[in-house]
Design a protein around this ligand. Structure first.
Ligand SMILES: [Zn+2]
Length: 231
């Protein structure tokens, strides 16, 4: 009883607000109100399609099983805002939320049934220390719960601190991240079907570099899922 009163008071004094429109959330809503979630987080439904834009971006670059993205990422869009809050404003709960959304979508269709473990794209240790966390690990851990597979945040490591990618051309981005990653513990991943996770897919240079490193371990198969796809 006391706890309920305390929760009621907390809700009155500090209402949980939608990360999209700032209106108070209903008790059954989390992070986004239903309206923002349905109308402003445009889902790709790519996991239903045997061919989709995420697959096309990686086609011919390295062997992979499946690839998908949850939602379209556009400048000034809601997803852009959410990922900015996650990366630069310490809103880790947004990462968990996005991981859950992605995993629920994949689970519905059995897309991830053969996945053995989730590998988040590593940040360089210096950058992770500065930010305090790696946003891809937060997303991956949200997915782990739903898909009931472990996240292996230390299987891969970033051995070179790459420069910011935002102002670079596709070719420059690819050159920038080549050989930036290495497998830390091949024993842990050998023979496994790994789901590589990142926040946004642009050229795919970072994910390609990760995949090429992981494929050095014996018997590894790769699938890819990102929260956003830049279009
Ligand atoms: Zn809203």
């Amino acid at each position: 009883m006391l706890q309920q009163i305390a929760e009621g008071l907390t809700h009155l004094l500090f209402p949980r607000l939608c990360a999209g429109c700032n209106k108070p959330l209903l008790p059954e809503e989390d992070i986004l109100c239903l309206n923002c979630n349905v109308y402003y987080l445009p889902r790709t439904a790519y996991h239903h399609l045997p061919e989709n834009e995420t697959i096309l971006r990686f086609a011919g670059r390295f062997p992979f099983e499946k690839a998908t993205s949850l939602a379209y990422f556009t400048g000034e869009g809601l997803l852009q805002h959410l990922l900015h809050e996650l990366k630069y404003n310490d809103r880790k709960e947004i990462g968990t939320f996005l991981g859950l959304q992605l995993a629920y979508d994949l689970k519905q269709t059995g897309w991830a049934n053969s996945i053995d473990a989730i590998i988040p794209v590593p940040l360089h240790p210096d950058k992770e220390k500065l930010r305090g966390y790696n946003q891809s690990i937060i997303i991956a851990e949200g997915m782990s719960d739903v898909l009931a597979v472990p996240t292996l945040p230390n299987a891969l490591e970033r051995i070179r601190n790459t420069e910011s990618q935002t102002q670079k051309s596709r070719e420059e981005r690819i050159a920038n991240v080549q050989e930036a990653f290495a497998v830390k513990d091949a024993e842990k991943i050998k023979g496994k079907h790994l789901l590589l996770i990142d926040d946004v897919l642009t050229t795919g240079a970072t994910l390609e570099s990760c995949a090429l490193a992981l494929l050095n371990a014996p018997g590894v198969r790769i699938s890819i899922a990102t929260v956003g796809i830049a279009v």
